[in-house]
Design a binder for this molecule. Sequence first.
Ligand SMILES: Cc1cc2nc3c(=O)[nH]c(=O)nc-3n(C[C@H](O)[C@H](O)[C@H](O)COP(=O)(O)OP(=O)(O)OC[C@H]3O[C@@H](n4cnc5c(N)ncnc54)[C@H](O)[C@@H]3O)c2cc1C
Length: 288
Amino acid sequence: MGLNIIVLVKQVPDTQNITQEAMKPDGTVNRDALPAIFNPEDLHALEEAIKIKETLGGMVTVITMGPPKAVEVLKESMYRGSDDVILLSDKKFAGADTLATSYALKCAVQTVGEFDLVLCGGQAIDGDTGQVGPQLSEKLNINQLTSICDIREVTESEIIGFRATEQGYEKVKSGFPALLTVSSEANEPRSPSAKKVMAYKNIQCSEQQAYDESYLDNKCARDAMIVKQWNIDSIGADPEKCGLSGSWTQVKKIENVVLAASEAKQIENSDEGISSLIKELTQEHIIG
Ligand SMILES: Cc1cc2nc3c(=O)[nH]c(=O)nc-3n(C[C@H](O)[C@H](O)[C@H](O)COP(=O)(O)OP(=O)(O)OC[C@H]3O[C@@H](n4cnc5c(N)ncnc54)[C@H](O)[C@@H]3O)c2cc1C
């Protein structure tokens, strides 16, 4: 039998390599100036899904909402072992805040049909709100297990894991369906399989194919696999709840903040030095 698992992954700008051109004068992100990567925590969510499939059988479907070039994260998902991928792409999704994003993803998940688990990363490194997973579980009306750092046991009927909290770890258990947000502590994502890279490297979306002028003369492109692409109509979404019109929040202003060390303190490498440091940190409520 196995489990039907849906993994949500996002293509994000590589925020570790921010340059001056990263922001446009109007305060929006200049996505073209930054390399696009697989959101790091989503690789951990995908790894968990594939591990569960390897143990229990079933099917792993990966969904991303983004522009046509987001097909790259879907290819990467196929290289690592997913069974099916869906690109959710429509100009009407543009400018979505987290509410509009989680609404579109909810419609997409319901369009996939029966599922047991939805796995997300905890946070995307660009928007960085950590809201999409919990909002999605609310909209799907299913249990949410957040900040999962260790999936201990999965059976055909339940999942048991540990979630990291500020105080330590909590053991949590849920039946299905459930949504999990997975943290980077959970696993070490596998490398792409060379065999799968050869099999799926030509996957593209229909827009890419239409704009590829060399398409008709190019054997690779002719043999390309077209990724499953859904728009607002395919998922039966209400346009008023998508993109800018479905977004209740707006970014008014963005400022560059340069963090500079204002004060440095030398701690003596002795028992007295360390105990005075601990005392100070406790008084400042940084520890304790
Ligand atoms: C006030 C506000 C205004 C914004 N305006 C714009 C805008 O005008 N244009 C714009 O491009 N962006 C905009 N954004 C960013 C956009 O809303 C977010 O990128 C998006 O809603 C996801 O939120 P997040 O990045 O915080 O994801 P998080 O909640 O941090 O992501 C958690 C997890 O959810 C899943 N997930 C998140 N997004 C996707 C996705 N697209 N597809 C599949 N899975 C996903 C992933 O598994 C991810 O690890 C705005 C954000 C905010 C807060």
